[in-house]
Design a protein around this ligand. Structure first.
Ligand code: ZN
Length: 171
């Protein structure tokens, strides 16, 4: 007899998916990149794409976590449209990535920390449900937002400290 699968609340699975995106953000950090991670999940709950920020590694201004994950998901499914899919990202997507989510026709975005400087979902722009765009997607913001934001803050604090140490005359 098939084991009955216990239905999880969507919030519970959002938290679990975010754990995977956070893992990828940590991988970015180890690679010396700004710690942002993202995954693409199919309507059936299968992870189709994983990405982390790798703009320096790839010498590519478009290599944000979300773009990397979308590319993998599209390649894996053989379809540039990812209808019904959910994207989970540790940081609020920028204008480029939010635009890519519209292009990919994703159904839903889950993200962790707001990006007050470049966020294109609600902080700077509102591209998830823009009345002039031909596609909109649902948004759940602030999922494990504290953890996602803390990772970024620690990264930038360390980077500032390193820069200050480099400028110090005492070596
Ligand atoms: Zn982006």
């Amino acid at each position: 007899m098939a084991k009955k699968v216990e239905a999880k609340s969507p919030e519970a699975s959002d938290q679990e998916w975010m754990a995977q995106a956070l893992e990828l953000a940590r991988a970015a950090e180890l690679a010396g990149e700004v710690p942002v991670g993202a995954i693409v999940v199919s309507p059936e709950g299968v992870v189709l794409g994983r990405g982390y920020n790798r703009t320096i590694l790839d010498v590519d201004p478009s290599a944000h976590a979300e773009i990397v994950a979308l590319r993998e998901a599209a390649w894996k499914t053989g379809n540039h449209r990812l209808a019904g899919c959910t994207v989970i990202a540790t940081l609020e997507p920028c204008a480029m990535c939010a635009g890519a989510l519209v292009q990919a026709r994703v159904a839903r975005l889950v993200y962790g920390a707001d990006d007050p400087k470049a966020g294109a979902i609600r902080s700077v722009l509102g591209l998830a449900a823009h009345p002039r765009l031909n596609h909109s997607f649902a948004v759940a913001a602030g999922v494990r937002g504290e953890e996602c934001g803390a990772l970024l803050r620690a990264f930038f604090e360390r980077r500032r400290a390193d820069a200050a140490a480099e400028q110090s005359p005492i070596k």
